[in-house]
Ligand binder design. Structure first.
Ligand SMILES: *Cc1c(COP(=O)(O)O)cnc(C)c1O
Length: 348
C-alpha cells in the first residue's frame, strides 16, 4: 500500500495532462452588463432557453453552498449522481488496470459503472448486521485500488454505517473514499460534508432525486476538496446541467421549508409503515431505516411481491442481493398511498 494519499499519483495520466475544451462561456464570463452575444452560434431570438446554460451553474452553487456550509469551489454538479460517479471513475481509474471496492448489498450503479469503465470491482460483503467489514476492505486494497464506495444510509438495507468504520477507512486508505449520501436528508446522522477539510481523500455525493423531490430533472452534487473538483471540472461535458434543470433546482432549493415539511411527513409515514409491518405474520424481520424506504424480510418474497402487484402496488424485490434473501423494499409513499398499502398488507 502507498504510504500517503497523493492526488497527483492517483489521477489518470491522460486526465492530468488534458487541456479541457474551452467553451464560449468560458472565454467570456458575463459581468452583468448588457452585451450583444455573437460568440456561440446560438439562435438570437429569445424563447427562454435559446442560450447555452452556465457551464458552472454559479447561481445554483451559490445557494447550495450557503445552505450546506461549504464553498462553491468544493462543488461539482452533474446530470444526476450517476454522471458524477461516472466522472469520478473516469478521472481516477485507468481502464484494464485499476480496481475499486464496493460493499454489497448496496446500490447497483457502482458495479455497472466499473463495468462500463473497464475497472475491476472488488466486492467486500457487508457483515450480517450490514456494517462495513473494515479489516477485510483494507485486506482487499492493493496499489491499484483507487476508490472505495460507501453508501450511507445504504440502499437497499436502509441503515447508516458506524462513524468509526468510515473514519478508519478515510484514515487508512490512500485512494479516494466516496460516501454516497443520497438519503442523508432522512437520516439523523450528521453528513460527512463537515469533514472535507479534515480528509483530503473524501468525496461526498448527494442528489436532488430523493428528499428534494426532483428525480425528473437529474441533478447530482459532488462535494470534495478544490483540488479534486478542479480535476473533475476538466473532464465534465461543458454544459452537463441544462438550463431548465438549473432553474427548477434553484426554485426548489430556495423553498427549503417545503422540502423540510415533506421530509417530516415521509418520516412520519415511515414510522406508520414500520409499525404495520412489524405486526404482520408473514414479516420475519424488519431492518431499521435511516432512509425513505424500509427493507423487510418476509416468508416468501416472490409470492408477496406478486400479491401486491395484483393489488396494483409495486415494491422492489431485493431477494437477488446477497444477505437479502426474501426481502422486499418499500418506498414510503404519501399518507394516502401508505394507508392503502397498509390496508392491502393486512389482507394478504
Ligand atoms: C437513488 C440513489 C441515487 C440517486 O441517483 P441520481 O442519479 O442522482 O438520481 C444515488 N445513490 C443511491 C444510493 C441511490 O439510491
Amino acid at each position: 500500500m502507498k504510504m500517503k494519499f497523493n492526488l497527483n499519483e492517483i489521477t489518470r495520466k491522460s486526465v492530468a495532462v488534458l487541456k479541457p475544451y474551452s467553451s464560449a462561456r468560458d472565454e467570456y464570463v458575463s459581468d452583468g452588463s448588457t452585451m450583444i452575444f455573437l460568440d456561440a452560434n446560438e439562435n438570437p431570438f429569445d424563447n427562454g432557453v435559446n442560450r447555452y446554460p452556465d457551464p458552472y451553474q454559479r447561481s445554483l452553487k451559490a445557494l447550495l453552498a450557503k445552505q450546506k456550509g461549504v464553498s462553491e469551489g468544493n462543488m461539482l454538479l452533474g446530470n444526476g449522481s450517476d454522471e458524477v460517479l461516472d466522472l469520478i471513475y473516469r478521472a481516477f481509474c485507468e481502464p484494464n488496470q485499476d480496481n475499486v471496492i464496493t460493499l454489497p448489498p448496496t446500490y447497483g450503479m457502482y458495479k455497472v459503472l466499473a463495468g462500463i469503465n473497464a475497472v475491476e470491482n472488488r466486492e467486500v460483503m457487508l457483515t450480517t448486521d450490514f456494517e462495513p467489514d473494515v479489516p477485510a476492505i483494507l485486506e482487499a486494497v492493493d496499489e491499484q485500488t483507487k476508490l472505495v464506495f460507501i453508501c450511507s444510509p445504504n440502499n437497499p438495507t436502509g441503515n447508516s454505517f458506524k462513524k468509526e468504520s468510515i473514519e478508519k477507512l478515510l484514515e487508512s486508505f490512500n485512494g479516494l473514499v466516496v460516501i454516497d449520501e443520497a438519503y442523508i436528508d432522512f437520516s439523523n446522522q450528521e453528513s460527512w460534508l463537515n469533514n472535507l477539510k479534515k480528509f483530503p481523500n473524501l468525496i461526498v455525493t448527494q442528489t436532488l432525486s430523493k428528499a428534494y423531490g426532483l428525480a425528473g430533472i437529474r441533478l447530482g452534487v459532488c462535494y470534495a476538496s478544490e483540488a479534486i473538483i478542479s480535476i473533475l471540472n476538466k473532464i465534465k461535458p461543458p454544459y452537463n446541467v441544462n438550463q431548465l434543470t438549473q432553474q427548477k433546482a434553484l426554485q426548489r432549493v430556495l423553498n427549503e421549508d417545503a422540502v423540510q415539511q415533506e421530509v417530516v411527513q415521509i418520516l412520519e409515514e415511515r414510522s406508520n409503515l414500520e409499525k404495520a409491518l412489524q405486526n404482520l405474520e408473514f414479516v420475519e424481520k424488519l431492518y431499521p431505516s435511516d432512509a425513505n424506504f424500509v427493507l423487510a424480510k418476509v416468508d416468501n418474497a416472490d409470492k408477496r411481491y406478486q400479491q401486491l402487484l395484483d393489488k396494483h402496488v409495486v415494491v422492489r424485490n431485493r431477494s437477488t442481493q446477497p444477505l437479502c434473501e426474501n426481502t422486499l423494499r418499500f418506498t414510503v409513499g404519501t399518507p394516502t398511498e401508505n394507508k392503502a398499502l397498509i390496508a392491502i398488507l393486512k389482507q394478504l
